[in-house]
Design a protein around this ligand. Structure first.
Ligand code: SAM
Length: 485
């Protein structure tokens, strides 16, 4: 890898465009921020230093720190062209070795820490042999295995933001940082866990593709710490710097709620799902365990034509089929067990050709990487149990950004199996499935689920969310209402 690129990765170097830095500072000013001192701890070529110096005209001092001396030289050049900005002070410093507590103790008045920390994870640093890391990797105060092994993956910006919160907490002040949305959420969760005096917090979505050419969800995270004010860990998410309405996010009943207003009216449905949502089959060997049926018979993912008994073959629909409402595409999957851990050797007598096929491909099946396979009978799969063999299903794909449930009928007299990106409920009869679908599609049920889903996540729909919807309470509610009439 060329040295410049390596350095750019190691230092998570995405300089903020000047116009965005000005927009952010104007936004903060419109929110009422009037700092006496502004600190930009990793200021780069200084978009935020210059913007803050211009926008916060009442500030006594704007302090910019940066590890890269060449960047500071560039910034000094820019400052020479703006002779009015005399209250800017620059220093070359490594964020991780600077004594921030001592430094901030000397700063009086309202303090704003603003900027854009490096965009890199410790794992990416490890891959390039970079060392731009906090000294103690257990900055999260983790307990257990992750702390001992130092294996937890984190963003460098996450560790820097937590450090800023640590030194701001006793004296109070504002932080406004451009960060990945996932980092912002984690930092707010840590702030709550560490009981930081958060008086107000917001996340304003930023178009990272437009401003940084980066395909990642990013935001401006703004936190006001004030040890003298009442603490609240709810925060508001705004769709843009222009959005004035926002939606409130916070924790309720042990859940992280993505829309508190919507949640309040449907929260009576929080409980335990009357039937546990399950995920589809996991086998980690699609080329061998999955088949397409064509005019010539069954063909596996290696392109081999095979002849197998029906005994272990079930129709298969993938997450993409469920998520995009496709019809069944003549796909099948080998189901080698009816329960996790069950003995697979009866297949030898029950379906000798299937057993011979499995043995012929044992090399690949035995080499499946996850240790769960090594600890279980040969040719094991996961995601099976009684529930997997009931004929009717309601399914949803966890990867799709839509709350769309789908009834899946048995095909050729057999229940349809799914891959492990699909979550489903199963039923003995079509009537039961249709009744439950009506419940899931009721306004209140959709309202509750929507209020718990974070659509910007990779897998926004999770069993942990689906399983808290107790749709039986819908009927209790209807019965109560009927009794009142
Ligand atoms: C994402 S860039 C943003 C720069 C600037 N904050 C801005 O908004 O344009 C991150 C900056 O952090 C600097 N940096 C990386 N690691 C640092 C460290 N340990 N101490 C100080 N600065 C660091 C990089 O050199 C780079 O200029």
């Amino acid at each position: 890898m060329n040295m410049d690129r390596k350095k750019r990765i190691e230092f998570g170097d995405f300089q903020t465009p000047d116009a965005l830095a000005v927009q952010v500072c104007e936004y903060l000013k419109a929110q009422g921020l009037r700092p006496d001192v502004v600190v930009e701890p990793t200021c780069g070529v200084g978009a935020f230093v210059l913007a803050a110096a211009q926008v916060f005209s009442g500030a006594r001092e704007v302090l910019g720190l940066e590890i890269n001396a060449a960047y500071l030289d560039t910034l000094r050049g820019k400052l020479q062209a703006s002779p009015t900005l005399t209250h800017v002070r620059l220093e070359q410093a490594d964020f991780f070795s600077a004594d921030w507590s001592a430094r901030t103790r000397g700063l009086t008045g309202r303090l704003l820490v603003v900027g854009n920390f490096p965009w890199v994870t410790n794992a990416a640093l490890g891959a390039i042999g970079g060392e731009n890391l906090p000294e103690k990797s257990n900055f999260l105060g983790l307990s257990g295995f992750d702390a001992i092994s130092g294996k937890a993956n984190f963003d460098i910006s996450e560790s820097m933001l937590l450090e800023v919160l640590r030194w701001l907490a006793p004296r109070g002040g504002d932080v406004a940082m451009l960060v990945k949305t996932t980092v912002a959420r984690k930092v707010l969760a840590h702030a709550q866990r560490l009981r930081q005096p958060v008086a107000d917090a917001r996340m304003v979505e930023i178009d990272a593709k437009k401003h940084f050419g980066a395909s990642v969800d990013a935001c401006l995270l703004v936190i006001r710490l004030d040890p003298t004010a009442s603490t609240s860990y709810d925060y508001t998410v705004f769709a843009s710097l222009e959005d004035r309405q926002g939606r409130k996010v916070g924790h309720r009943q042990g859940l992280i709620v993505s829309d508190l207003d919507a949640f309040e009216s449907c929260s009576y449905l929080v409980g335990q799902s009357p039937q546990k949502w399950r995920s589809g089959i996991k086998h980690d060997a699609s080329a061998i365990m999955e088949f397409t049926r064509g005019a010539e018979g069954f063909v596996n993912g290696l392109g081999e034509s095979v002849q197998l008994e029906d005994a272990c073959l079930y129709p298969l629909m993938k997450g993409s089929d469920i998520g995009s409402d496709k019809v069944w595409r003549n796909k099948f999957v080998l189901v080698t067990q009816r329960a996790v851990g069950a003995d697979t050797s009866p297949i030898r007598a029950l379906a000798p050709r299937t057993w011979a096929y499995l043995e012929a491909h044992a090399g690949q099946l035995d080499a499946r990487a996850s240790t769960i396979y090594a600890k279980n009978p040969r040719f094991s799969i996961f995601g099976v149990g009684d529930y997997a063999f009931r004929p009717w299903r309601i399914a949803i794909c966890g990867l799709y950004k839509a709350l769309r449930f789908r009834i899946v009928a048995p095909i050729e007299g057999r229940p349809v199996m799914f891959d492990d990106t699909v979550y489903y409920l199963s039923f003995d009869t079509q009537v039961q499935a249709l009744q439950t679908l009506a419940d899931l599609e009721s306004e209140a049920a959709r309202g509750l689920l929507s209020s718990l889903i974070f659509w910007d996540e990779k897998r926004p729909i999770k069993t942990s969310i689906l399983n808290v919807l107790d749709w039986s309470k819908l009927h209790a509610d209807m019965q109560r209402q009927a009794a009142l009439i």
